[in-house]
Write a protein of this length. Structure first.
Ligand code: AP5
Ligand code: MG
Length: 212
């Protein structure tokens, strides 16, 4: 299975991808996480993109495409989270032959609440929400015990910029996949459990399973 999951900032892409990864045995590749890992490691790319990611703009297409393509090489079953986000990226990965694009649709007001309460573990991998998905121990990751932090781009100014970029650059990508009849739109305004249940039904009913 080769799928991509798109949606506005805070729509729940990472939250559902973690679950899909386990259930459908997919490699979960978040473009945002790949980029943040470069920043954390202070690589040449990391130093170049740090200010761009922190203010909420998209990093240059060729950098993101290069990082994602290197990771999917030789892989059969994967889930791309937050990629492709521009028409250029979508066109440059036609050779991946993505089977389905999942689009998480949710209102701006709802995602602002989600982002304001989001906490991420120090490893950058596990997401929580102070109200909706709280950790068992306050301030600690349930899975690896590391501290829970706020993402640098989860500040009001960067959140607004991420929305602006989503509307301008990524909405056309959603329309592009809709026209190609590979888009599955999911109402992501419900609880995490309800959103995931909808996705499960959708993927199973479309005849997708990990053996494909
Ligand atoms: P990225 O990391 O992808 O950020 P994003 O798109 O803004 O999305 P988020 O990760 O903030 O949200 P999410 O949809 O994963 O939601 P989550 O599950 O965490 O990208 C960051 C940056 O990297 C970009 O701004 C750009 O600079 C760069 N970048 C990335 N991809 C790029 C590309 N392709 N090209 C160029 N640049 C790129 O959930 C959010 C919160 O809500 C959590 O607290 C969670 O616990 C909670 N929650 C989740 N689901 C629910 C629910 N159903 N109900 C209540 N709460 C929920
Ligand atoms: Mg995410």
């Amino acid at each position: 299975m080769r799928i991509s999951i798109l949606g506005p900032p805070g729509s729940g892409k990472g939250t559902v991808s973690d679950k899909l990864e386990k259930e459908f045995h997919l490699l979960h590749l978040s473009a945002g996480e790949l980029l943040r890992a470069q920043i954390k490691k202070k690589t040449k790319i990391g130093r170049q993109i740090k200010p761009i990611v922190e203010r909420g703009d998209l990093v240059p297409d060729d950098i993101t495409i290069g990082l994602v393509k290197a990771k999917v090489k030789g892989q059969k079953h994967y889930l791309l989270d937050g990629f492709p986000r521009t028409l250029y990226q979508a066109q440059k990965i036609q050779d991946l032959h993505l089977e389905k694009i999942l689009y998480l649709s949710v209102s701006q007001q709802q995602v602002i609440e989600r982002l304001a309460g989001r906490r991420v573990c120090e490893q950058g991998k596990h997401n929580y929400h102070l109200l909706y998905i709280p950790p068992k121990i306050v301030g600690r990751c349930d899975i690896d015990g590391s501290r829970l932090l706020q993402r640098k781009d989860d500040n009001p100014q960067a959140i607004l910029e991420r929305f602006r970029v989503f509307r301008k650059q990524t909405r056309p990508v959603i329309d592009y996949f809709k026209k190609r009849k590979v888009l599955i739109t999911i109402d992501a305004s419900a609880t995490p459990e309800a959103v995931y249940a909808k996705l499960q039904v959708m993927l199973k009913s479309k005849g997708h399973n990990h053996s494909r």
